[in-house]
Design a protein around this ligand. Structure first.
Ligand code: RNT
Ligand code: ZN
Length: 418
């Protein structure tokens, strides 16, 4: 049976349970994932360091052919993007500036250092998102940035944040789509602190100063990302869940939850509906925690499905922004991108195809066994046929067809680098 026949068959089966597969495919085609630039090069950035330092995160692996220049990152992304159905966004970090050979410190960066990215994004017809970079820098070496007890350190990073906000606004203006700017800082202690409060008070003060300039949300929005612990900050992280949630609620910024930043059995999926009544907007870093690492390649697994299901059930596609945050240098980095984003898209489609009305109807009428049965039934519906249809419709490879393309790219491009 070809893709069309399989789809027609699946459409009937879903329709019997009240699901409109055509409508689901349309919603999916308008759902952008913000794709992290840092999967291209193990979070190394373009400042010349060649690798990530500090920050409580760790990139491992030495698969050959890592991108080392902006051109190579762009080349790799363009290639990966063709293998991923849908139109997505590109998520840059401040450390990916193009300084043209004369290094520029983080408190000196300007929109012009990102013009190359902006022009490229315009050519591809995609939007850009942005991130302040508070790691891989001598002034972050003792583990504290915006919450440092040293005022000169804080001021340096506040200036970085201010400049990044202007850069993000510039990106939003140039590309005609609001740039989501995420702020994550690594600040914390490896071992038991004597004073948890002072750093948090300092962080509030620094953030308030950084956010003084009011910027049109149609150009850029600010998000703050929480974390439970990092590598080397196991005992205390200043920007915890409660800290940033309270900050976002009182300051009107976006709250960002990373799937890998909670206790091992704690799910961010459940938190979506708890926060939507209070926050106009949420940013999610879809990721996959494995033991102490929070950033393995995203899979079509229970947790990713649960996260996307909560967005679908809340019909929150315009209020919940989805970015992926993973980095793996031990496998082909382009395959890592493709697997991670295809999996996220699959989870979104799976969520859109849930027989929601029927399941809700069962709940409303107190038929609770039916509610359970329908949720179980949904799991064996011909999801794959609808997914393949989506890939075909979006001119992306179906099934495993993309593997051979990556292998060719690996031989012809990646292995020839260096
Ligand atoms: C770190 C945070 C953060 C980073 C990126 C590179 O734990 O998740 O989002 O992964 O900024
Ligand atoms: Zn993250």
């Amino acid at each position: 049976m070809n893709t069309n026949q399989r789809y027609e068959d699946a459409r009937e089966q879903y329709a019997a349970l009240g699901v409109d597969t055509d409508a689901a495919l349309k919603t999916l085609s308008e759902f952008p994932v913000s794709i992290n630039c840092w999967q291209a090069d193990d979070v190394a950035g373009l400042e010349g360091a060649g690798q990530i330092t500090g920050g409580g995160i760790l990139a491992t692996g030495n698969f050959p052919g890592k991108a080392r220049t902006a051109e190579q990152i762009r080349q790799d992304f363009e290639f990966a993007h063709r293998l991923i159905p849908g139109t997505h966004r590109f998520n840059l970090h401040a450390s990916y500036l193009e300084h043209g050979g004369s290094p520029v410190d983080r408190d000196q960066i300007e929109p012009k250092h990102f013009q190359g990215w902006i022009d490229w994004a315009r050519g591809l017809g995609i939007g850009l998102d942005f991130n302040t970079t508070f790691f891989s820098h001598p002034k972050a070496n003792d583990g504290f940035t915006l919450s440092s007890r040293d005022k000169t350190i804080r001021d340096f990073w506040i200036e970085h944040g201010r400049r990044c906000r202007r850069i993000a606004a510039h990106m939003g203006r140039e590309l005609g789509t609001s740039c989501m700017q995420n702020h994550w800082i690594p600040d914390g202690w490896k071992d038991l602190p004597a004073d948890r409060l002072t750093h948090r008070e300092l962080l509030v003060e620094s953030l308030d100063t950084m956010f003084t300039e009011k910027i049109d949300p149609e150009l850029t929005r600010d998000a703050v990302e929480s974390k439970l612990f990092g590598i080397g900050s196991e005992s205390y992280v200043v920007g915890s869940h409660e800290f940033y949630l309270a900050y976002a609620l009182t300051r009107g910024v976006v709250f960002c939850m990373d799937a890998g930043h909670y206790h091992p059995t704690e799910s961010i999926a459940e938190k979506v509906s708890a926060l939507l009544p209070f926050l106009p907007r949420l940013l999610l870093h879809v990721s996959r925690p494995v033991r102490w690492d929070s950033d393995h390649v995203v899979l079509f697994d229970d947790e990713t499905r649960a996260i996307l299901r909560e967005i679908a059930r809340a019909d929150g596609w315009n209020r919940v922004d989805v970015a992926v945050d993973f980095f793996d240098g031990s496998i082909n980095r382009i395959s890592a991108w493709v697997i991670g984003i295809r999996s996220t898209m699959k989870a979104a489609l799976y969520a859109l195809l849930e027989p929601r009305e029927l399941i809700r109807g069962a709940e409303d009428t107190g038929r609770l066994a039916d509610r359970l049965a329908l949720q179980e039934e949904a799991k064996t519906l011909p999801f794959g046929a609808v997914w393949d249809r989506f890939c075909a419709q979006e001119d992306a490879p179906i099934g495993t067809a993309w593997l051979a393309e990556v292998e060719k790219y690996e031989q012809e491009t990646l292995l020839k680098r260096n």
